[in-house]
Ligand binder design. Structure first.
Ligand code: S3P
Length: 427
């Protein structure tokens, strides 16, 4: 599996904020991560890619230190990447610089108010487009003001934006997280030498405190494989009869591994082979065999640990026996597309029986029978969303007539080798 997207973004950002030279291997070279690299360069970091000719790629990052970012001379083009945008807004918020963020049509429709609100409390100021969207211009505050912030939405991006603003803020910045979300920021900031503590309360609430005016020390980061990319091949193996697939190098951080649990509950055969640790994260190879899946009611509490995997879970559910019901998924409506309506429309076109609710889908599975596929001359609309394109490609594998997708180019944002792996052109 290619490198984890969330971890790759953070590796570049934190390296750029360390004084000295950091290196990263296994970095995802998708468009989203490259947007982060370009932005860090535009703010003063030096970033180079070295290929030894034998397939070993090392990224080298010369950081400017916390507080040392320069004002970018042009707008920062974030492309399709919400993670780049929201985390960088956090970093800029406590630097005495201004920056303009732009993005593609998908990103320009996504809500930024969720980071504008806490970062404004810290002293940053914003001029955004209508509805708190990109393009937006922001001015960081120096010094910024430490805050204690309870997250109103379960979002690792909002949590990270506040913690990253806290890096260059005097005193202690606190984030209160009622529902745990991916914790790569916390793990990696500690690895870079920041003083950060996490208090777990009896009810599951996490209180995260970052001590400001931090000094980050350069590191070598090994990026583990992305479970959100592995998800497509896990589901492909489960729904295509005769499959027995070994997926190598899958990150299994508990805050990301919800899909494995849900697919097992549905009867999926997924075995963890050679568990190990890579870059401070749990990793294993996964052996996945074709299985007759059964529909279940998915516990909404598990949503944050598989938030990006619902599109492909809906595909698995389409082949299951019985009905799969999901709820509590309002956040899916503000991802790269409205993933509830986009997947409901896509799977309906491919012949699946679906009911769309405000906060989830009910999917009546085929019981393992191949899906009809998209009708001649009609295509699935991906809405600039890589995960819709990849999920529906997987659905096509288990369809009688095939699935046609209007646009596969968004796949390059997170998983450039997807098509070659799927067709067998690459291993
Ligand atoms: C991410 C957090 C999640 C996820 C996104 C990556 C991150 O977004 O959907 O793909 O790297 O922090 P939210 O924080 O909006 O849930």
């Amino acid at each position: 599996m290619p490198g984890d997207k969330s971890i790759s973004h953070r590796a570049l950002m934190f390296s750029a904020l360390a004084v000295g030279t950091s290196t990263a291997t296994g970095l995802l070279e998708g468009e989203d991560v490259m947007a982060t690299a370009a932005a860090m360069r535009a703010m003063g970091a030096q970033i180079t890619r070295d290929d030894d000719g034998a397939g070993n790629v090392t990224w080298q990052i010369n950081g400017v230190g916390v507080g040392g970012l320069l004002e970018p001379s042009e707008a920062l083009d974030m492309g399709n990447s919400g993670t780049s945008t929201r985390l960088l807004m956090g970093i800029v918020a406590s630097h005495g610089i201004k920056a303009t963020f732009t993005g593609d049509a998908s990103l320009s429709g996504r809500p930024m108010g969720r980071v504008i609100d806490p970062l404004s409390l810290m002293g940053a100021s914003f001029e955004s487009s209508k509805g708190g969207t990109l393009p937006l211009m922001m001015r960081g505050a120096l010094p910024a003001v430490p805050i204690e912030y309870a997250l109103p939405v379960a979002s690792a991006q909002v949590k990270s934006a506040v913690l990253l603003a806290g890096l260059n803020t005097p005193g202690i910045t606190t984030v209160i997280e009622p529902v745990p979300t991916r914790d790569h920021t916390e793990r990696m900031l500690k690895g870079f030498g920041a003083k950060l503590d996490v208090e777990e309360q009896a009810d599951g609430t996490r209180v995260i405190r970052i001590h400001g005016e931090a000094d980050l020390k350069p590191q070598h980061v090994t990026v583990p494989g992305d479970p959100s990319s592995a998800a497509f091949f896990m589901v492909a193996a489960l729904i295509v009869p005769g499959s027995d697939l070994l997926i190598e190098n899958v990150g299994l951080n508990p805050t990301r591994a919800g899909l494995v649990q849900v697919l097992r509950e549905m009867g999926g055969s997924i075995e963890e082979v050679n568990p190990r640790e890579v870059g401070g994260e749990p990793v294993a190879d996964l052996r996945v065999r074709h299985s007759q899946l059964s529909g279940i009611d998915v516990d909404p509490a598990i949503a944050p640990s598989m938030i990006d995997e619902f599109p492909v879970l809906f595909v698995a559910a389409s082949l299951a026996k019985g009905t799969t019901r999901t709820s509590g998924l309002e956040e899916l409506r503000v991802k790269e597309s409205d993933r509830l309506s986009a997947m409901a429309a896509a799977l309906t076109l491919a012949g699946v029986s679906i009911e769309e609710k405000e906060d989830g889908l009910a999917i009546h599975g085929s019981g393992g029978e191949p899906l009809p596929g998209t009708p001649e001359g009609q295509t699935v609309t991906t809405h600039l969303d890589h995960r819709i394109a990849m999920s529906m490609a997987v659905a096509g594998l288990a369809s009688a007539g095939g699935v046609t997708v209007d646009d596969t180019s968004p796949i390059g944002t997170s998983f450039p080798s997807f098509m070659d792996l799927l067709t067998g052109a690459a291993r």
